[in-house]
Design a protein around this ligand. Structure first.
Ligand code: PMV
Length: 335
């Protein structure tokens, strides 16, 4: 038996940061994201189940991985426990082959697409129906949001066993068809510390995190839902940028600090604010995950202009950059 699934990444506009239960992956705050279209950045996973397979196999981007990954096993166990016990494939070994069409573990939500895709494919293989977002959550928290398209809220839930910590669609992508996301890849290398390590450290040491989770995020979630439902880009952009900034402030308030953004990330922030000031309104917004890469949310009408601005501020490779690569540093001021 063979199934193939494809799942896109999602980019949070209200970030998830901090767990109240590490094993069950239960967050300390709700989060909200946009799921990219499936023809953009996505994971494709094919699972073969066969009675003749000698062992379980897991390949990620063509490289063999350990099957003993606890998160993978948790997802598998949850799926198997919901399946009809009479299914023969429940006892067969699996060959899982997963590929991302974008940099993996570089702070570009690869685990969100990856686990959403894995769980979707497993659910098809074992004929599971109903909401599978809580199962995807066991792989990677943010993965539960990629189970749905469009605008999605992950409700933190209150149950200690996590059955109400699920994703819920807020509005389909068709609700705001003019919305676009530009991903500016600043660095495609693996991030310095995983989000798991960063979150753990923030929960243990950041005083700002608790304030954010209890006082700020609940209000922001409501304001963000309203901005999306009203298609109010100005408010949407402001809340998105404020939340990204606060999330990175928490990372810096962590001890030792988790520094995810770099000088180029800050130059992008500068570029966006300069452009918005010039336009007298927020036409573009940024969101940075646990890495230096920028996700710009903007409307279709400004994409061409923003492309020109990006090319001006960060020119394509020139002889100057070649000089830089050969060791002569250049400086470039944002507009
Ligand atoms: O799901 P994880 O463990 O990869 O954590 C994702 C955390 C952020 O990307 C920084 C924020 C979010 O809500 O996606």
């Amino acid at each position: 038996m063979m199934v193939t699934s494809v799942a896109p990444v999602n980019i949070a506009v209200i970030k998830y940061w901090g767990k109240r239960d590490e094993d069950l992956i239960l967050p300390i705050n709700d989060s909200l994201s946009g799921t990219l279209s499936v023809d953009a950045m996505c994971t494709k996973t094919t699972i073969l189940a066969s009675s003749t397979l000698k062992e379980n196999i897991f390949l990620l981007n063509g490289k063999k991985q350990s099957f003993e990954n606890p998160r993978l096993l948790n997802c598998l166990q949850e799926i198997r426990s919901r399946a009809n016990p009479g299914l023969p494939q429940l006892n067969w070994n699996l060959s899982i082959c997963s590929e991302n069409n974008f940099p993996t573990a570089a702070g570009l939500a690869s685990s969100a697409a990856g686990y959403a895709c894995l769980v979707h494919a497993l659910a098809a293989l074992f004929q599971i129906e109903g909401d599978i977002s809580a199962i995807a959550r066991r792989g990677s928290g943010s993965a539960c949001r990629s189970i749905f398209g469009g605008w999605v809220q992950w409700c933190m839930g209150s149950s200690p066993t996590g059955e109400d910590s699920i994703a819920r669609p807020i509005a389909p992508a068709s609700h705001w068809p003019e919305m676009r996301v530009l991903i500016l890849v600043v660095d495609d290398q693996k991030k310095k510390y995983s989000s798991t390590t960063g979150m753990q450290r923030s929960v243990e040491t950041s005083k700002l995190l608790e304030y954010r989770a209890t006082e700020i995020v609940p209000k922001k979630i409501e304001a963000m839902k309203e901005a999306i439902l009203m298609k109010d880009f100005e408010s949407f952009a402001r809340i998105t940028m404020e939340d990204s900034n606060q999330f990175h402030a928490v990372c810096l308030d962590t001890f030792p600090p988790c520094v995810y953004m770099n000088d180029t990330s800050h130059a992008i922030v500068n570029m966006v604010h300069t452009y918005n000031k010039f336009k007298n309104s927020s036409k573009v917004s940024y969101a940075f995950d646990a890495g230096p890469n920028a996700c710009l949310y903007l409307l279709d009408s400004v994409v061409d202009e923003i492309f020109s601005v990006i090319n001006y501020v960060f020119p394509p490779v020139t002889s100057h950059q070649a000089d830089y690569i050969t060791g002569i540093p250049i400086t470039r001021e944002p507009i």
